[in-house]
Write a protein that binds this ligand. Structure first.
Ligand code: PLP
Length: 382
């Protein structure tokens, strides 16, 4: 049996998305910037997709800038905040994705930007009190805090933070919503947020496509200069198939969001309860309470005296894909910068299981069964 429980790294592409993209790979190939009928056809498809996407987050069409994914969108938000909005300080946390963390550090070095890291508690929640105190200091600031952490699932009270940032004139708020876009309803008008970020491959869309939402009151210059695509914000022929696929993946996600949420949440908490029954010393990172945790991510800390770093490898042998942290840190020999911020990490071996709407209870039971065998040497009768 093959079980894929690494959906925070990437997801399988939905078959309906493939069907939607197919005509744009074969029949409709015109350059969207061409003025003839071939070009008008694809341009029109892009603009229909943009409208569909904008509607789902209650944005205006002009507020959506297509990018190559989450990393580029995070970069665009942060770099434009410095270059075009004259931001002098970035307030963030140590547990952001590298797309944000490394960009903040780069802006510190290249543009002398002050970077302030909020303290995070043992669940990975950044201190909102500290943020409030810092915002009282009058300096043009970008607050950059992710909606949900990709490794441990900690969920930011995004409305509260957005409201707080909004009460200060010189403060912009950027949230990396890569792990929550299409998993929760996000209404940009209600949130009054400046920037948010999407990456299609996290919700059964294609890889290499995403967007940055930019509040229409902000005037940004292009980061990628060239043609006038994306209303002059990002030159280059559009990723037509990606955009079509992104819009379809979004439609599928939102068409039955409540049931998807319920299904995945039930699987996660079933898995959590069963693991806890195996050994009550097992911990679950980022789990303040179910409402403050991303329902797709279960980050499990196995006590090191019962479990070593071979667990992931052993699961892989049984056909189960999970992750030791984020895909990026797993690919390098450095440990996770997120787990490093949590207490007592030397005592635990962490495995991140991340679920999607296509996972089944049978797959979770198979995984639990193999964990019993690998960690506790219990072999269930066949
Ligand atoms: N931000 C978060 C929270 C992520 O989980 C990821 C992907 O792992 C990214 C940004 C980067 O997105 P992309 O792979 O589309 O560049």
């Amino acid at each position: 049996m093959k079980v894929y429980l690494d959906n925070a790294a990437t997801t399988s592409i939905a078959k309906e998305v493939i069907t939607e993209i197919e005509p744009y790979l074969s029949t409709y190939f015109g350059n969207p910037s061409s003025t003839h009928s071939f070009g008008r056809k694809t341009k029109n498809a892009i603009e229909i997709s943009r409208k569909k996407i904008a509607d789902y987050i209650n944005a205006e069409n002009s507020e959506i800038i297509f990018t190559s994914g989450g990393t580029e969108a995070d970069n665009m938000a942060m770099r434009c905040a410095v270059l075009d909005l004259n931001v002098k300080r970035i307030i963030t946390s140590k547990i952001e994705h590298h797309a944000v963390g490394h960009t903040a550090e780069n802006l510190k070095d290249s543009h002398n930007i002050e970077v302030v890291y909020l303290t995070t508690d043992k669940y990975g929640n950044p201190s909102i009190d500290e943020l409030e105190e810092l915002l009282k200091i009058e300096v043009k600031t970008l607050v950059s805090l992710m909606h949900a952490n990709n490794e441990i699932g900690t969920l930011l009270p995004i409305e509260e933070v957005s409201l707080l940032c909004n009460s200060y004139e010189n403060v912009y708020f950027h949230s990396d919503t890569v792990q929550t876009m299409c998993h929760y309803l996000l209404d940009v008008k209600k949130l009054k947020i400046d920037f948010l970020v999407c990456s299609a491959h996290k919700f059964h869309g294609p890889k290499g496509i995403g967007f940055l939402y930019v509040n229409k009151n902000l005037h940004l210059n292009p980061i990628i200069t060239g043609g006038a695509q994306e209303r002059n914000h990002r030159g280059g022929t559009e990723n037509l198939y990606g955009i079509i696929g992104l819009a379809k993946a979004m439609e599928l996600a939102f068409s039955d969001l409540k049931n998807h949420q319920k299904h995945v949440r039930e699987l996660k908490y079933y898995m959590k309860d069963e693991l806890y029954k195996m050994d009550s010393r097992i911990i679950f990172h980022g789990e303040t309470d179910p409402n403050k945790s991303l329902y797709t991510v279960l980050s499990v800390g196995f006590p090191k005296d019962i479990c070593n770093s071979m667990l992931l490898f052993s699961l892989d042998i049984f056909g189960i894909a999970a992750s030791g942290g984020s895909a990026c840190s797993a690919g390098s020999n450095k440990g996770s910068h997120v787990l490093a911020e949590l207490p007592d990490q030397d005592k635990f071996q962490t495995v991140r299981f991340s679920l999607c709407r296509y996972n089944t209870k049978k797959e979770v039971d198979y995984t639990l069964d193999k964990i019993r065998t690998i960690v506790f040497f219990i072999v269930s009768p066949q």
